[in-house]
Design a protein around this ligand. Structure first.
Ligand code: ADP
Length: 688
């Protein structure tokens, strides 16, 4: 073999070197496309290299052999190129093992023919050397096998180009330049080779070498500039096809241009039938159709997100449709992308959360209402004693200052609770009121202070003490008198008139005790819910009987007793109890009038019977007026202190009147007298 320097081989060597580099780079990558591309560039580099060597051959034989060996690469390129085109244009399903083998069949048949050409001359019937530019070049005539190869190559090229063009038209703009580079890069050397082989080249070798170099550069560009092997456009489709979110592309008229399987499943539309149809028409659910109509007819400012609920109960699903308007380069809206997501779980969780929030809010509101409307004082304090929250009762009772709660007694309770980390309580006096204060520590927050007003209980306890003292005094005094008088009556030297007087005194004392005991018992039975012994009585008649009983007492005090009684004053009442009312009122009037008049009146007004006891006595101070009907209440005045009483009379009167469905009130001017007025329902006989 003889070689010589040929300048025409240099670009081919360079192209081969570049192709080898590309092949090595691509073969290292993982994608199948990269592997096929790597194999194809490897075949191209073989082609370039062997061609370059053939050009560098000095004699016919050398040139002939390397030109022949070149065909190992030449034959492999078209099928690899077509496989790459099929992969690149998303037609991988065609590439079964069997089909791949089929694609290589022409090469497998034709390659042995080229390689055995020196004996068969089926490829090149004649070979000779021509002179070009002072260098020998290989020239040959072509046989049948060569033309078969040419035909097969044309077929692969046209087929592959068709795939690329179709794909180009369906692809996103950003991928188009890449596809163009790929197509040109891959097609140029093939086309150039075919043209050269077909004898269209003005130069016998120049076209090939030039285009091989160009091809490598273009492909390198496609790879490095657009990183084709990292993110092939195919990936976009694959991603869109496989993501769980639904993607629907609609044109300006609402017709579906594209929809991924997830979208079809979510909107329950047939994947094949949906494309080309109006989106609202393609779905079955009327609710969804309604929303899609809104979206497809939507203005630019219409909402971009729609929640649609499909089905109910167990089958309930919630879809979120988010739309994005698509604009042309000129800014004209050309369609929309509708993203469909199944947000049922999210919505269920949200609804649960909302229900929980509402429940918590309701409970919080209830709690806050309870605390707000509580009569007790409730205050929440932090660890330093600063007030964090307080209810209205607390605000009206306590002076809440910036440095905590002011009454020292309160501070003491709080300190105690804090020191013991346990609740502490104490009785606290604030502005004449007595409170039972309890401080309880709340871990992590501070303390809660509650105060219950026990003023009333304290007063009651005090009144009870007074009552016990009064009652025991009131019982002991007549008892002592009875005992004394009884002893006196038994003495022999006691004269008969004195004995009679003594016996009278014993009777008076015994009566006083009886009255007191009766009052106590009546009040107790009334409060225990005793039932009334009802009959129709005339209130005027009862008043008259009471006046008769007490006339003596009035006379002895020099009080004149006047009355004006309507005899026809029927009420349905317990006569014994109403008698007690009159007796108590008239007795009090006489008791608290030193000189003057006590007037008793009974009138009928409409459907009410009004009874009144008015005196011109000492009257009741206005401060005492609200309490005169309370149990055990007795006016504190030197004059009244001398009078005998239990403080039970008026409370008994009120209990009796109210039990009969009536009311009682008092008006009084100190020093001028008092008027007690009671009202009872008039008894009206029902006419059958
Ligand atoms: P008591 O008369 O036994 O003290 P009551 O319940 O009958 O108890 O009366 C309560 C108080 O009301 C009396 O202590 C007195 O101060 C006052 N009071 C009642 N009636 C009159 C009246 N007619 N005039 C002035 N004060 C009265």
């Amino acid at each position: 073999m003889v070689f010589q320097y040929s300048p025409y081989a240099i670009p081919l060597f360079l192209a081969a070197a570049m192709s080898i580099a590309l092949a090595l780079y691509a073969l290292r990558l993982r994608q199948v496309e990269a592997r096929v591309f790597g194999m194809m560039t490897a075949a191209l580099s073989w082609w370039s290299l062997l061609y370059a060597i053939s050009l560098s051959g000095a004699d016919l034989e050398t040139k002939y052999v390397f030109n022949q060996l070149k065909y190992v690469g030449v034959m492999a390129v078209p099928p690899l190129w077509l496989i790459l085109a099929l992969q690149y244009t998303q037609r991988r399903s065609v590439l079964t093992r069997c089909n791949i083998v089929l694609l290589f069949v022409p090469a497998l048949i034709l390659l042995p023919i080229v390689l055995t050409d020196q004996w068969t001359h089926l490829w090149w019937p004649e070979n000779w050397l021509d002179q070009f530019g002072g260098r020998p070049v290989l020239a040959h005539s072509h046989g049948l096998a060569y033309y078969l190869h040419l035909g097969a190559t044309y077929l692969y090229i046209v087929w592959g180009l068709g795939l690329y063009v179709h794909f180009y038209l369906r692809s996103q703009r950003i991928y188009r330049s890449q596809i163009v580079l790929m197509v040109i890069g891959a097609t140029v050397p093939l086309a150039a080779s075919v043209l050269t082989q077909a004898g269209f080249s003005p130069l016998p070798w120049g076209l090939d070498s030039f285009f091989f170099t160009l091809s490598s550069v273009l492909m390198a560009l496609a790879i490095f500039r657009y990183r084709f092997l990292d993110i092939v456009p195919v990936a976009r489709r694959t991603v869109v096809e496989q993501i769980p979110q639904g993607v629907i592309v609609i044109d300006a008229r609402g017709r579906v241009v594209d929809a991924n399987p997830a979208a079809c499943a979510l909107v329950q539309a047939d994947g094949e039938a949906i494309v080309g149809r109006s989106l609202p028409e393609a779905v079955r659910s009327p609710v969804l159709r309604e929303v899609l109509l809104q979206i497809t007819q939507g203005e630019e400012d219409s909402p971009r997100e729609h929640e649609v609920q499909l089905g109910a109960g167990q089958d309930k699903r919630v879809l979120l449709l988010s739309t994005t308007l698509l604009y042309s380069d000129a800014g004209i809206p050309i369609g929309q992308i509708v993203l469909v997501q199944d947000i049922s779980e999210r919505v269920a969780a949200r609804e649960k959360l909302e229900a929980l929030y509402r429940q918590t809010e309701l409970e919080r509101e209830r709690l806050s209402m309870t605390i707000r409307s509580a009569n007790d004082v409730i205050v929440l304090l932090d660890g330093d004693g600063k007030v964090l929250a307080s209810n209205p009762s607390a605000q009206s009772v306590l002076r809440i200052g910036p440095d905590g709660l002011s009454p020292p007694a309160l501070r003491a309770v709080l300190e105690q609770a804090r020191a013991r980390a346990d609740f502490a309580h104490a009785e606290v006096e604030i502005d004449g009121q007595t409170f039972h204060a309890t401080a309880s520590p709340i871990p992590g927050t501070g303390l809660v202070l509650t105060m219950h007003d026990v003023t009333h209980f304290r007063q009651l306890a005090h009144l009870k003490d007074e009552f016990v003292a009064t009652v025991s005094h009131d019982l002991r005094t007549p008892l002592a008198a009875i005992l004394g008088y009884a002893e006196l009556a038994q003495l022999e030297e006691t004269s008969e008139p004195t004995r009679q007087h003594v016996l009278k005194r014993i009777e008076v004392s015994a009566r006083r005790m009886t009255t007191l005991i009766n009052d106590l018992l009546d009040l107790a039975t009334l409060e225990a819910g005793m039932s009334l012994n009802l009959s129709i009585v005339q209130l005027g008649e009862l008043a008259s009987a009471a006046i008769e009983d007490l006339e003596g007492a009035a006379l002895s005090k020099g009080v004149s007793l006047e009355y004006q009684l309507d005899v026809q004053s029927p009420v349905e009442a317990d006569a014994r109890l109403l008698m007690q009312v009159w007796r108590n009122l008239i007795d009090n009037a006489i008791k608290y009038t030193d000189r003057g008049t006590v007037t008793v009146r009974v009138d009928v007004e409409g459907e009410r019977v009004i009874g009144q006891v008015a005196d011109t006595g000492i009257g009741i101070p206005s401060a005492d007026l609200p309490y005169v009907f309370d149990k055990f209440f007795r006016g504190k005045r030197p004059t009244t202190d001398k009078t005998i009483g239990t403080g039970l009379g008026l409370s008994l009167v009120r209990s009796i009147v109210e039990k009969h469905g009536g009311q009682i009130r008092v008006e009084s001017v100190p020093g001028e007298g008092s008027t007690f007025t009671l009202t009872l329902p008039l008894y009206v006989e029902e006419v059958p």
